[in-house]
Design a binder for this molecule. Structure first.
Ligand code: ZN
Length: 72
């Protein structure tokens, strides 16, 4: 389980995911939602500084926000 997440991180590092609709392992921002956007920005900042624990934190927070604010 952990090895799968690591390989996804490695592919994200290559930057190819940025042009796709989004890697399946990461939540994406809902259009027009400022909170989603702030989590997305925090995640990108964390990734740009190589802080992958902060990337995970941002994903957890965004998923929780999705469940609370965008439950479908
Ligand atoms: Zn949202």
């Amino acid at each position: 389980m952990e090895s799968n997440e690591r390989s996804a991180d490695t592919e994200a590092l290559a930057g190819s995911f940025a042009c796709l609709s989004g890697p399946p392992s990461e939540p994406t921002a809902h259009p027009g939602c400022g909170e989603c956007l702030s989590f997305s920005v925090a995640r990108q900042n964390a990734r740009s500084t190589g802080d992958y624990s902060a990337v995970s934190d941002a994903n957890v927070l965004m998923r929780r926000h999705h469940m609370e604010a965008h439950a479908s």
